[in-house]
Design a protein around this ligand. Structure first.
Ligand SMILES: [Zn+2]
Length: 370
């Protein structure tokens, strides 16, 4: 990391607005945009800039000590609040409200970053008052993928910053800059649906190409028998299970980093330099992090599987589309029908998460068609 906002790609307007706000921020910002568009990375850089002695304008090529600690998650005046389960629960809401009224530990300002705020449910009203009128030293940075109706009131009290979906060109550019060959970057950009974080993860996955090949070759391997459809469905489900491996590696590194950070913070707390009340507050905050991280990891793993299945089905549809171009009329009609079957399966999976049954039915159907 050399400068703030380096990791945020393709969001020039949002970054310019955040940079401009860092010197004299108002009480709350709402960063809205699809998953994987860099909101969390932008929030971390924004928080760093707000606490930075030079508001993020570093004369040297490297960030300053204060910024470095914010980006590493080591600054006591930046609080990251992540949801515990499927929604923002009352526990997280209480943590936010309590945190908002604690004075900054080091400087004149405290930043609270609220993740996944589109998943706020019953706790919205409890948070509204704090978000509307926090103490003058507290700044909220709220991240949401979209704005559900219960968020509209809160949104109207925040400065809204839009994050746009990334173009394939941006994703390719970022991957190439990280050393991925152009051809592979192009395939990864398509497979990630414009989500840079996912593209980066796939770039580290040695099995990605094999999985793509497995889906792409389905039309030529189906022989019309129920047995081959069932066997292939099992094979694809096994590939989905394996696809979580690179993510688990990255998560393991995160757990280790957090454990190390907690140990180091505990030493600082234990050294007796801080006031008694602050020692208690910090210790409680230290213990809170691990369970949150584990819950986020489980969520990421579920999402990885869903993403993989969608990518696989898109590859399968693409294989049939390619057949369209170079075949007789009757074969082209079969390909059109096959593409329709794949599309219907994609839609049905939104409501019915029975992956194996859906795949078996689809492959049996495609086997009879092709
Ligand atoms: Zn700085």
């Amino acid at each position: 990391m050399t400068e703030l906002f380096d990791e945020v790609v393709g969001q020039d307007r949002a970054v310019a607005a955040l940079r401009a706000s860092a010197r004299r921020p108002v009480h709350a910002y709402l960063l809205v945009g699809p998953a994987g568009t860099g909101k969390a990375a932008a929030a971390a850089s924004f928080a760093a800039a707000m606490l930075c002695p030079t508001a993020g304008d570093h004369a040297t090529a490297e960030v300053c000590e204060s910024c470095r600690r914010v980006l590493a998650g080591l600054h006591p005046d930046v609080v990251q609040v992540e949801r515990e389960g499927a929604s923002i629960g009352i526990g997280a809401a209480r943590e936010v409200i309590r945190g908002a009224y604690l004075s900054p530990v080091e400087g004149g300002r405290k930043v609270i970053v609220l993740h996944d705020f589109h998943l706020v449910r019953d706790t919205g009203p409890a948070l509204l008052k704090t978000l509307e009128e926090p103490p003058p030293t507290t700044v909220f940075v709220v991240l949401a993928e979209f704005l559900p109706p219960e968020l509209v009131t809160i949104a109207s009290r925040c400065v809204r910053i839009e994050f746009v979906p990334l173009s394939a060109g941006h994703v390719i550019e970022a991957l190439v800059a990280a050393g991925v060959p152009v051809e592979r970057a192009t395939v990864l950009a398509e497979a990630s649906g414009g989500r840079l974080e996912r593209a980066r993860l796939l770039a580290t996955d040695p099995e990605f190409e094999a999985r793509r090949q497995a889906w792409w070759s389905i039309p030529s391997r189906l022989d019309g028998s129920g047995a081959s459809a069932a066997r292939m469905a099992d094979e694809l489900i096994a590939l989905l299970d394996d696809s979580v491996a690179p993510l688990k590696l990255r998560q393991q590194a995160e757990v280790e980093a957090l454990t190390e950070r907690n140990a180091r913070n505990a030493e600082v707390v234990g050294s007796g330099r801080a006031a008694k009340g602050r020692v208690r507050a910090t210790k409680a905050a230290l213990n809170a992090g691990v369970a949150d991280l584990e819950e986020r990891h489980r969520r990421e793993q579920r999402r990885q599987r869903t993403d993989e299945l969608r990518t696989g089905l898109a590859t399968l549809a693409a294989a049939y589309r390619q057949k369209l171009a170079s075949t007789s009329i009757s074969q082209a009609m079969e390909a059109v029908e096959a593409i329709g079957c794949v599309d219907r399966t994609v839609k049905s999976l939104e409501f019915n998460p029975g992956e194996l049954l859906a795949l078996q039915a689809l492959l049996a159907r495609l086997g009879r068609t092709g």
